[in-house]
Design a protein around this ligand. Structure first.
Ligand code: ADP
Length: 372
């Protein structure tokens, strides 16, 4: 059972639209964010993430559509009346107040009795592991500590909803990862709803119960991270979340759950059909498969390991990159067509050399046909 979290915090966006000039920077976005859920808006720069968050917060007006919190339309509510906690990239902690008073700020504004205020601030500082820093000022804190103050300040009055916009954007990679884990743990302990904006794919996958992939003011796909990673709805999502191979061709036939794609080279490949898409024979489509699902074999190999159906194509290694934990190979299938293949750096593996002829193999169940 989550401790202390205010009940509620379900958010529904109904065809929410924001226009700047003639451009619809958020274009009829509809989605439901469940109470107690960690929900991320993920997308490239300019896709409308921050504008969506600002409309939920009440700092940006909704031009069309509506935002409902626990079923209540919040259009008329100014930001402070919505009662959401907020954390932004530039920590925005008050330089003239020490850590304790920064965290106490919202409670003082609410005229919280002193004993309760002290208890709540103490509990919030313990959650972000800053209880020994209560007397410090911003200039005496590292970036990570300042961001912890901002988080403590946002959660101290137990808001049902906390909105976060790239809160870890200014931190270095190792600290970012550590803070991702901490924020997620705090969210789970308090049971609050978090709406989190980021352009960092790994961050969104690591933290979120579900995420929405945004592009050009629209949501392309909503779902659990692993589900979106394995089953992207379209080429944009496939490319945006992780590395993707997309081999273009023509749909030859489709069955109930699988389809066959003919490449321009004449090769026929089989893949799963996505649940929602209607792909007919003759349609242009691409076969999608992740680089880590493709095996690099000797050209003389005759079988692929284990059960199931495999796709097999010959290729030639153009280049191999050493990335530490993986070796990434660029393998040419035909002029102008190549695949990326990732090999775990397990030790003792003899990597191929540039120019080597190889055999690529991947399971049918690891590949999806995506409409062009
Ligand atoms: P993201 O958070 O995904 O990077 P934003 O929501 O910040 O995207 O911006 C979406 C689009 O809206 C961008 O093209 C941006 O230039 C535009 N935009 C954002 N705020 C304003 C504004 N106040 N006036 C005009 N255009 C804006």
């Amino acid at each position: 059972m989550a401790q202390g979290g205010a009940p509620g915090g379900a958010i529904e966006l109904r065809a929410v639209t924001k226009r700047y000039g003639r451009e619809r920077v958020v274009d009829a976005v509809s989605t439901t964010i469940r109470a107690g859920e960690f929900f991320s808006l993920l997308g490239p720069s300019g896709s409308g993430k921050t504008t969506t968050l600002m409309m939920i917060a009440g700092f940006a007006e909704v031009d069309e559509g509506g935002i409902f919190v626990d079923g209540v339309d919040v259009a008329a509510e100014p930001p402070q009346r919505r009662g959401f906690g907020m954390v932004f990239q530039n920590y925005a902690i008050f330089p003239h107040l020490n850590v304790f008073e920064n965290v106490a700020f919202a409670l003082r504004a609410r005229r919280t009795p002193e004993a309760e205020l002290r208890q709540r601030v103490q509990a919030a500082l313990e959650l972000v592991r800053l209880e020994r820093f209560a007397d410090r000022f911003a200039r005496q804190l590292s970036g990570g500590q300042q961001q912890r103050v901002a988080i403590a300040r946002a959660i101290v009055y137990h808001p049902p909803v906390v909105l976060m916009d790239e809160p870890l954007g200014a931190l270095d990679k190792n600290l970012r990862y550590q803070m991702q884990v901490e924020i997620r743990q705090i969210q789970q302990r308090l049971g609050m709803t978090v709406v989190y904006v980021t352009h960092d794919q790994e961050e969104a996958m690591n933290m979120s119960d579900r995420l929405a992939i945004m592009n050009n003011g629209r949501i392309e796909q909503v779902g659990e991270p692993a589900r979106i990673y394995e089953d992207p709805a379209n080429e944009f999502v496939a490319r945006f979340l992780g590395e993707a191979n997309l081999l273009p061709g023509t749909v030859e036939r489709t069955g109930s759950s699988q389809g066959t794609l003919r490449l321009p080279s004449g090769a026929a490949l089989t893949a799963r059909l996505p649940a929602a898409a209607a792909l007919a024979a003759g349609a242009a489509a691409s076969l999608f498969v992740r680089p880590e699902r493709v095996l690099l074999q000797q050209p003389s190999a005759v079988a692929a390991p284990g059960d199931g159906l495999w796709n097999v194509l010959p290729g030639r290694v153009r280049r191999s990159s050493f990335l530490g934990n993986i070796l990434r190979h660029d393998v040419e299938l035909a002029p102008g067509l190549s695949m990326t293949v990732d090999q775990q750096n397990l030790g003792g593996v003899q990597p191929p050399s540039a120019g080597d002829t190889v055999r690529l193999a991947w399971r049918v169940e690891d590949a999806v046909l995506l409409g062009a």
